[in-house]
Every structure is written in C-alpha cells, then in structure tokens.
Design a protein around this ligand. Structure first.
Ligand code: NDP
Length: 329
C-alpha cells in the first residue's frame, strides 16, 4: 500500500526543501493507530518545520503538519476502531514524528481526540492548533477572573490564525475586543469577526514608552511577544491578566515589575502541545459551541500539498490572513 506525502528533506549544504512523493506504508513511523487524513492545518510552527527554521525538525526526511483530522484506518488500541473520526494537535507530531501533510499517518492513540460532535474534519482543521490554543487562553483568563463586565480584551497578532479565532470567540462570548494588527488592510475583516476596534501596530509601538501606561485592558491574548508584549503589560488594568501564546514578533521580553507589583497583574503562559486528554476534550467541546464557523468562512484558504512550501513562506512573513488548510485526502 502506498500514499502521497509532502516529504521535507535537507541536503548536504543544509538546504531544506519539500516535494510531494509516493511512499510505501512500510515507511510510516511507529504507532498504534493509522489514520487516513482528510485535512491538515498550516500554523506558524509548520512554516518553521517546512523551512528548517527554529531547529524543530531534527531528523530528515520528515513529514510536517502539526495538526490533522481524518478517519481511523486501523487501530491496535482499544479506544479507536476503523472508521472513527479523529483529530490530532500537538504532541510534537509534525516536528519529531511524521505529521499531517500526508494521506496517511501512524501515531500514538494517546495523542488523538475523537472528532468533536457537530464538526466535520474540515471544520476541525479550520480550528486546528490555532483555535484550540485560543480557547485554552480564554479558559485560562476566565479562570483568573475575566468576564465580559471586566472591560476590553486586547488580541495581538489579530489577523493571524490564533488572533482571528480568538477575536471571533471572545466576541461571541460577549467580550468587547480590540484587535492589534500590523496589517490595516484587514481591519474590516476583523470588525466583521466582532472586533469593536482595530489598533495599528506601528502607531501602538510609536507611542512613548513609560514604566506604567494608561490602564486599558482587562485582559490580553498575545500572539506576538517581543516589544508588543513588553508594552502591553504596562497597559493592563488593575488585577488583569495576559495570556502569552506566541512569538511571531520575537522571543525577547523587556518590561519592568511595576505593572505586577502596583496593579497586581498576571502573565500566564499558554501551551497547547502537551495538554492532557481531558483538557483537550473539554476545550474542543467549548469550541464547538463557541466558534462561529459560518462567520469565519471568508478567512479560510485551501491549498494542496504541493502549495504548502509557498504557504509556509507566507506564514513566516506574516502574510497569511486567518487559516490556511491543506486538502489532503
Ligand atoms: P500566524 O502567522 O497566522 O499569525 C501571527 C500573527 O502575528 C500575524 O498574522 C501578524 O498579525 C503577527 N506578526 C507576524 N509577524 C510579526 C512581527 N514581526 N511583529 C509583530 N507581529 C507580527 O500564526 P499563528 O496564529 O498560527 O500563531 C501565532 C503565534 O502563536 C506564533 O508565534 C505561534 O508559534 C504561536 N503559537 C503557540 C501555540 C502554543 O501552544 N503556545 C499554539 C499555536 C501558535 P498581524 O498581521 O495582525 O499584525
């Protein structure tokens, strides 16, 4: 039996390239569940894996794709049987284990969750790692006391995958959302998703930097890190909190302790990769009831396996709007 996959390889000079190849089932990695994949997502991390960035992929040839959804083909695990619809995100699949840019994957049953009720495999990949992480961030902020009466919530990197889904879900949950974006051309799309206002990133960063700035945000979902996160922390209202998800703008964090000790703010890190099964299932269930897939339709772009290397370049350059889906099966 054979299947098509986007195989990523590195040559003797260290150049990383990807091409679609037909592979034999014998080349699938170890695992106890084999899945026929319908759809995979494209995330910032996939951009890194397809281009050799970030040192995430250590062994070549490799198959990228950190999330996928499809149908179980065969299973040696009691929890899954042939025909079951499943979703996989995280667990370093697509980084250290062959991932979703393939018609077939073999994985550990512990990494799978059943396809949430009410979602198709395509819907699940519109959500993907991006939407799961946005939901985990909202859950964390609410566990710290956030509610719609607390005030405005800022989403940074708003036009990207996590940012657009976070904006949409927060608005649906009744929050007033401000979207910070470096791409003013997407302001209308963000407002359609439910953002009450859109802030231009360049103007935001150009404002004078002070140890404590006017308190504006009840909470922040930050996908950017770097200078944006450093400045945002100084604008969080008393007792508010920030969920740090990403580093699209840099891994550094330069700030000071005054917002923490004078305003009692909190900074939470959000990780979607190693979350236990029960947390994932609960987050997916809340997503099914919260995320308005119809309203998001215009922010979804479909590509084939062959088009993923170019899409990877685009996501790393901050050029992707919303979610890119790879149609695999
Ligand atoms: P996207 O590329 O879709 O979105 C990132 C957004 O960040 C861009 O759309 C852009 O938003 C903004 N951005 C890009 N470059 C810069 C820059 N140089 N300076 C400031 N802002 C920039 O990626 P994802 O939404 O998939 O992921 C967002 C981040 O979250 C990534 O860093 C990713 O690795 C991380 N992540 C972390 C997870 C976790 O488990 N912690 C899970 C998923 C993602 P705009 O155009 O609006 O300015």
């Amino acid at each position: 039996m054979s299947f098509r996959a986007l195989l990523t390889d590195r040559d003797a000079e260290g150049k990383v390239t990807s091409a679609v190849e037909v592979l034999d089932d014998a080349r699938l990695p170890e695992g106890n569940v084999t899945v026929d994949i319908d759809w995979a997502g494209l995330n910032y991390k996939d951009g890194l894996c397809l281009t050799g960035g970030g040192g995430l992929v250590r062994t070549y040839p490799h198959v990228g794709g950190i999330d996928f959804a499809g149908t179980v083909r065969d299973s040696d695990d009691i929890r899954y049987k042939a025909g079951d619809m499943v979703v996989l995100t995280g667990w370093r699949v697509g980084e250290t284990h062959w991932g979703g840019y393939s018609e077939r994957a073999r994985v550990n049953a512990d990494w799978l969750v059943p396809l949430p009720q009410g979602l198709t495999t395509r819907d699940a990949m519109i959500v993907g790692t991006a939407g799961l992480t946005a939901m985990l961030a909202i859950d964390r902020l609410e566990a710290a006391g956030l509610n719609p009466e607390a005030g405005e919530v800022l989403v940074t990197g708003a036009a990207g995958g996590v940012g657009t889904i976070a904006t949409s879900m927060l608005a649906k949950l009744g929050y007033q959302v401000a979207a910070l974006s470096g791409r003013p051309q997407h302001a209308e799309a963000l407002k359609t998703l439910g953002a009450a206002g859109v802030i231009d990133r360049a103007e935001f960063l150009a404002q004078p930097d002070k140890p404590l700035e006017s308190a504006r945000w009840a909470a922040v979902i930050d996908n950017v890190g770097g200078k944006v996160l450093g400045k945002v922390l100084k604008q969080v209202k008393y007792g508010g909190s920030v969920a740090s998800i990403g580093n699209a703008g840099g891994i550094e964090l330069s700030t000071n302790v005054l917002p923490f000790i004078l305003r009692g703010i909190s900074l939470f890190g959000i990780d979607s990769v190693m979350q236990p099964y029960s947390t994932r299932v609960a987050a997916w269930a809340r997503i099914s009831g919260t995320f308005d897939l119809g309203a998001y339709a215009g922010l979804v772009r479909e590509v084939g396996l062959e088009e993923l290397p170019e899409a990877a370049r685009e996501i790393l350059a901050g050029e992707v709007k919303g979610r890119v889906l790879a149609k695999v099966g």
